[in-house]
Design a protein around this ligand. Structure first.
Ligand code: BGC
Length: 354
């Protein structure tokens, strides 16, 4: 594909509904919804390429989902205050239909990271577009911060929609980045919760000098790259961050791309485009453009003749016996995945500008 940047922007635009929601994947039934997490990164990528109206439209959709669920947030925050435990029924879902309704299928819907990432992307939207945020966006953002501040220390499913009874380092980082972003946008003070999350990550999510996938685990997950880029929990050259990158590269590299984590069996546990781009983004920001370009070239080689980037590739599987099981259950690997295209755009932009 000659111009994968142009093609990626087209694919993202084609996948944006009139409501502003971005579909996760147009060709995969279970992904015919909009996720806060995917959407936030997609909106960020669009802002980087001057497609600010598209990004704004997504942010408006996300803000309306939050404000339509204001009563859920109030009940959820009250439950924590009164019982010291989160509610099993009142929570913001991870994905909604394109018109902003709760999706009716069973899903591990209780995930906090996407809401944090949304707030992070909202701040970036203001900075990159240079346009002020209207009051209703900030009102929804404030509700989201109330929700995250009440719930951050409790278990929820991770960004791979697994391990619902654990506390995940990536999730903590995304929540912290979101609350920090809102503090900057609104000038309101949330330092005590920001500090508490920092302390949890530093004191409880490090083993053998590297960050860990979740509290109480020794493993890494490729999503830990986010602690430096873009969430900034620690600096790019923080010793524990550099040790984490080294371990991610050692433990999770396949042919060239990254697996999510060592035991992953979803579609056999292949190499994820968006994570390989994430690693490239990290190296680009750290100044190693050669390594960043290497990953970019590998990603480009995975695009098909329509210029589609899939969710994952199946040349190097953690657990090959699971590939067929998933294909029979849910169909072929999601392709295109808009989040893969977004991460490709972000990497390309970083190589050109950082
Ligand atoms: C991934 C999520 C993602 C969703 C939609 C899932 O398989 O684990 O991270 O948000 O697909 O793309």
């Amino acid at each position: 594909m000659k111009n994968l940047v142009k093609r990626s922007i087209e694919i993202i635009k084609e996948g944006q509904a009139s409501s502003g929601a971005y579909i996760a994947s147009p060709n995969f039934q279970n992904y015919a919804y909009s996720w806060f997490r995917d959407g936030a990164f997609i909106a960020y990528s669009m802002d980087l390429y001057g497609e600010n109206q598209s990004a704004r439209h997504f942010h408006e959709w996300a803000a309306s989902v939050i404000s339509n669920n204001a009563d859920v947030i109030t009940r959820s925050v009250n439950t924590v205050e009164q019982s010291g435990k989160p509610s099993n029924t009142d929570y913001i879902h991870t994905r909604y239909s394109l018109d902003g309704q709760v999706a009716d299928r069973e899903w591990p819907n209780n995930q906090l990271d996407g809401i944090g990432t949304w707030l992070w992307a909202l701040k970036a939207h203001k900075e990159l577009s240079g346009i002020d945020l209207p009051g209703f966006l900030l009102d929804s953002a404030e509700l989201a911060v109330q929700y995250l501040s009440a719930l951050w220390q409790f278990p929820c499913s991770d960004c791979w929609e697994e391990f619902h009874d654990q506390v995940h380092t990536y999730t903590l980082a995304a929540i912290q980045a979101g609350i920090k972003a809102f503090s900057d946008l609104s000038g309101s003070d949330h330092q005590s919760v920001i500090d508490a999350i920092q302390k949890t990550i530093i004191d409880q999510c490090v083993i053998n000098s590297h960050f860990t996938k979740r509290l109480g685990s020794e493993d890494v997950d490729a999503n830990l790259i986010s602690l430096a880029v873009p969430y900034g929990v620690v600096g790019i050259e923080h010793p524990q961050m550099m040790a984490t990158i080294k371990k991610i590269e050692e433990d999770l590299t396949g042919t060239k791309g990254l697996h999510r984590y060592a035991g992953d069996s979803y579609y056999g546990g292949g190499e994820w485009i968006l994570l390989s781009a994430w690693l490239g983004w990290y190296w680009s920001e750290r100044g190693n453009k050669t390594r960043a370009r290497e990953l970019l070239v590998w990603i480009e080689s995975q695009a098909d003749d329509k210029g589609y980037l899939p969710e994952q590739t199946s040349d190097h599987l953690n657990k090959p016996e699971y590939y067929k099981i998933w294909v029979e259950r849910w169909g072929e690997i999601a392709n295109p995945l808009l989040w893969s295209h977004a991460k490709y755009l972000i990497l390309q932009n970083s190589i050109m500008t950082a």
